[in-house]
Design a protein around this ligand. Structure first.
Ligand code: PEP
Length: 254
């Protein structure tokens, strides 16, 4: 059965709505200068306006590019949206279902499912973000919420698509708040997510899925979180805007 040792760890930098193309170029160069371990897949997710410039900086290196957003339609009258074909050749990963998009922009489980399918059809890899709100955790609904979010997407995927997907467990109360989940909480939720994938596709597929933890990961708390069995890396927001802090987190995932 694959374990942390056989699933390549993956650490993704979600720059959110930060960095101009010039700032993104500088930050990507600073991250490249950190000599990151080759055993960790590193993904930089700049805003859409910086995707091409940051992609040029990391071209020919082991660092991949991820988009923060995509729409499932292929083309047409969808002002402001980006299709998967527009990302092809620039990005290899796409974050989907981030709680900021669910909460602030009304993205539903169905939207996340359609986007994830479109991402796979284009040969890209989704990073599917799931996680409960504070009210849901406090009322004992963490497992129910995560199961709904994961199964609504994964039941619609082929086994191969499911196994090659990345999932980010991101409790909403931990994102950008400075309050990370404890390693026990993260490990419990990630185990539950893997079990949910296994219900849809069997344990062989579930064992292939890489599941990250995200939510106030810092250079201080990363070691305790990332050394836990089953936690295959991190989705990092705030701390990814600092090259040395981000490099410390990548190192902890190695
Ligand atoms: C995120 O944006 O996915 C995230 C986890 O943010 P932060 O690390 O700032 O909490």
């Amino acid at each position: 059965m694959p374990t942390n040792q056989t699933r390549e760890p993956i650490v993704a930098a979600n720059w959110k709505m930060n960095t101009t193309p010039t700032e993104g170029t500088t930050l990507a160069r600073e991250i490249l200068a950190q000599h990151l371990p080759s055993t960790v897949q590193v993904v930089l997710c700049p805003p859409a306006t910086s995707l091409t410039t940051v992609a040029q900086v990391v071209q020919g290196t082991a660092i991949s590019i991820g988009a923060q957003h995509v729409y499932w339609e292929t083309s047409g009258a969808f002002t402001g949206e980006i299709s998967v074909s527009m990302l092809a050749g620039i990005a290899s990963y796409v974050i989907v279902g981030h709680s900021e998009r669910r909460r602030l922009f009304g993205e539903t489980d169905r939207d996340v499912q359609l986007k994830t399918q479109a991402i796979h059809l284009a040969g890209l890899t989704p990073i599917v973000a799931v996680g409960e709100s504070l009210e849901e955790r406090d009322s004992g609904h963490t497992h129910t919420v995560i199961r709904r979010q994961v199964s609504s997407v994964f039941q619609a995927l082929t086994p191969n698509e499911a196994g090659s997907s990345v999932i980010a467990y991101e409790p909403v109360w931990a994102i950008g708040t400075g309050r990370n989940a404890s390693p026990d909480q993260a490990q419990d939720a990630i185990g539950w997510i893997r079990e949910t994938v296994a219900i849809a596709h069997g344990s062989d597929v579930a064992d292939r899925v890489r599941i990250q933890y995200g939510g106030s990961v810092t250079s201080e708390n990363c070691v305790d979180l990332l050394r836990r069995d089953g936690i295959d890396g991190a989705l990092v927001g705030g701390a990814s805007l600092d090259a040395t802090h981000f490099a410390t987190i990548v190192l902890a995932a190695a």
